[in-house]
Design a protein around this ligand. Sequence first.
Ligand code: SF4
Length: 347
Amino acid sequence: MAKYGTGAGCDICKPTIANILASQNSAYVLDAGRGTLQDTNDRALANMQKDGTYSVVPRIAGGEITPKKLGVIAAVAEKYNLYTKITGGQRIDMFGARLEELPEIWKELVDAGFESGQAYGKSLRTVKSCVGSTWCRFGVQDSVAMAIQLELRYRGLRSPHKLKMGVSGCARECAEARGKDVGVIATADGWNLYVGGNGGATPAHAQLLAKDLDDETLLKYIDRYFMYYIRTADRLQRTARWQEELDGGIKHVEDVVVKDTLGIAEELEAAMAKHVDTYVDEWADTLKDPERLRRFRSFVNAPDQKDDSITFVSDERGQMRPATPEEKGKVLIGASIPMRPRDENEV
Ligand code: SF4
């Protein structure tokens, strides 16, 4: 700011700087003064919902989860009276957590082997997969194993915008991989790699970058692709728009990623290797540090007080939901979240 800017930072330069700093290395995103630059969701390591509560989204790599871990999610959701929903990214979101409950909830999840799904970050979200050759009669490759490998490799990777991936076990494309930033589709000889797809307001199909790759080459190309995107895309620019605006489009991406015409492939791979080696789970890291935990309180000057403007009703298809403005002030106490009346006349 001293060198290039004026004032205290605006809504364009602050998130840009926050994003650049967050994607430089894997250091805790809120330390060293970076916390004030991040947006609301990143600061709480959770997504704020319309009623001021937060969602809790553990990583479920490749959409694969054991019955035992499903039981943990069920028990946590019951205990804290959270609304549960299976998402399009093949994981289970829990909604309705108060800010001060987040550390307690996450401690139970981390102790059971879960980690942050980073649904709040401009980072890798999910790698969707079909059941692949293990179960499906048409599958030609193990799409679940590949999806898990990819999700564990790129988890925590912060970028100009969120990143989604998909892996399908054959050309029938049940995982809708071509709607993702990086899509992988099995062939009889390996994997086809597609890049630059997304849903959103302006959907785009991912474009074919390389065919019939072995596992090692597939990872190498994805490493290069993501790092090149992270280093050159504009703030909040998804891969599809970045690719469209690149001079030469997919051909240029192919030149850099596959043919290494810029001679930077090794550098891009090294940057990704560093990311993989230094990844730590943000919620496990938060729970270890009392200073970091101080963020999770509704009132700075009354850390034990709950925000009693948050109210729920508990009859929405068997689960709780936020109270509407009309319902507020009536009987709004959720099944397991008691509300302290402000005065004795209040019901
Ligand atoms: S994409 Fe192919 S392998 Fe995967 S579930 Fe569909 S048909 Fe089966």
